[in-house]
Design a protein around this ligand. Structure first.
Ligand code: AMP
Ligand code: MG
Length: 429
């Protein structure tokens, strides 16, 4: 049975392939359309602070307190009123000490000072702290050998966070530092956005599970495991629907199971081959917003809806699956999770090897950042760039991004480089 024979009328290309000349759309257009089409999840969960790590903050946190709570010393030293040190040779009487957690109880009279430790409350009457290293003690008197500017070494109450200030905005992706900041204002529970539920499956009659043997012509279903890991890295709630055969019936059954999720990510079966039914069944069961994107690897990519779920049909070639996930699905899921997709960090670096490129599609070559013998940063492309060579992805730590119109690039030329280890979660506006 050929693809066209198996398709009812609703499968016709004109239904879901909007561009009249069927031209793949540029990546930035595809990304903008996808991110725009996403509605962030607005269901919140109240969790203990520690469970908020790598979640998206659902409600802004406003501080009830000043941090620090009182003026305090940023040095181990002596506190005094700067006006009390007049002429050279003036000394101060040491009348007590202020330690962190043990403030000085008394009041300072003119010409007096206290020993003060880092974090200790600055007593009334003190406006300056001199670091210990710049003083000398003679009996109960302090000689200030090097006078700091008046007001030095005092952290003002509320200097870090003032009462009423927004500590973190809704939409923040919480990292360790954010957890510490929230703890510093005495927050022990927070609202986080419910994690997106993302159904995923791979398609292909040739695919076999990784815990059994394979026959000639069969391959291990590596993409599903790669997708599961990519989703886990993003903190998504992945729903593994297994391997689905190359038939409209099998796909319909899988689509039914995926419907209740927030997003669906599939691998394979989105191209124009005789066994590629994903786009057709999506057109039948849901909607196809667009189908082809002008990138290499990864041209066939279907974006649409399946019930309330957003649908991402990724190509089956493993590098294409990974590249399209990173470039298109990941920002969309970040948005869906209530976060803000970060603008990718891009560097201009010289390539160490010639790059082959024919004009037409934006290319994402796999490469490594290297430091040359003369100490400069450069980029070294991986030898094998085939879209089936997943080792190229595994060995790489960055993409070389070549614009659509680019031709071959000789070694030594500057190219645009997008490191993998970059910010994924941007800051709320
Ligand atoms: P497709 O996009 O279905 O035409 O598949 C393109 C290529 O990717 C074919 O060589 C497939 O065998 C391979 N492929 C498809 N799905 C997977 C998968 N889950 N794991 C590894 N390779 C795959
Ligand atoms: Mg296939």
């Amino acid at each position: 049975m050929s693809a066209s024979e198996s398709m009812p009328q609703s499968f016709q290309q004109s239904d879901f392939r909007p561009s009249p000349d069927n031209k793949p759309i540029p990546l930035d257009v595809a990304r903008a359309r996808i991110v725009e089409a996403i509605t962030p999840i607005d269901e919140l969960e109240r969790v203990p602070l520690h469970a908020g790590l790598q979640r998206v903050l659902g409600t802004a946190v406003v501080s009830d307190i000043n941090v620090p709570g009182a003026d305090n010393s940023s040095m181990d030293g002596y506190g005094y009123a700067a006006g009390d040190l007049g002429a050279d040779g003036d000394t101060l009487e040491i009348v007590g000490e202020s330690l962190a957690g043990h403030p000085y109880g008394g009041e300072l009279a003119a010409g007096q000072c206290v020993r003060i430790m880092t974090g200790a409350v600055v007593p009334d009457g003190v406006d300056t702290v001199v670091m210990q290293e710049n003083t000398r003690v003679e009996g109960d008197r302090l000689v200030v050998e090097q006078r700091p500017k008046p007001g030095s070494n005092i952290r003002a109450a509320g200097e870090d966070i003032a009462t009423g200030a927004t500590v973190l905005a809704a939409g923040c992706y919480l990292r360790a530092a954010d957890i510490a900041v929230l703890a510093s204002v005495g927050v022990h529970e927070i609202d986080v956005v419910r994690r997106p539920r993302v159904a995923f499956f791979s398609t292909g009659d040739e695919l076999r599970p990784i815990d059994g043997p394979i026959q000639p012509g069969e391959i291990y279903d590596s993409n599903r495991h790669g997708l599961a890991a990519l989703l886990a890295e993003l903190g998504m709630d992945g729903v593994d629907l297994g391997v689905v055969g190359d038939s409209p019936e099998a796909l319909r059954a899988a689509f039914d199971k995926a419907r209740g999720c927030d997003a669906v990510v599939t691998s394979g079966g989105v191209s124009v081959g005789a066994a590629d039914f994903v786009v057709d069944v999506l057109g039948e069961q849901g909607t196809v917003d667009f189908w082809r994107v002008a990138i290499k690897p990864g041209k066939p990519l279907a974006f649409g809806t399946l019930g309330d779920a957003r649908f991402f049909g990724l190509p089956g070639n493993p590098v294409s699956t990974a590249v399209t996930f990173v470039q298109l699905v990941r920002p969309a899921l970040v948005r869906m999770a209530g976060g803000h997709p970060a603008v990718p960090i891009r560097l201009d670096l010289p390539t160490l090897a010639d790059l082959r490129k024919s004009p037409g599609r934006e290319n994402f070559l796999r490469a490594r950042l290297v430091t040359t013998d003369d100490g400069r940063l450069a980029v070294d492309p991986i030898d094998h760039q085939g879209s089936g060579v997943m080792r190229s992805m595994s060995a790489a730590d960055c993409f070389i991004v070549l614009p659509a119109a680019q031709h071959d690039v000789p070694a030594g030329e500057m190219v645009t480089v997008e490191p993998f280890a970059q910010t994924i979660w941007g800051h709320p506006e």
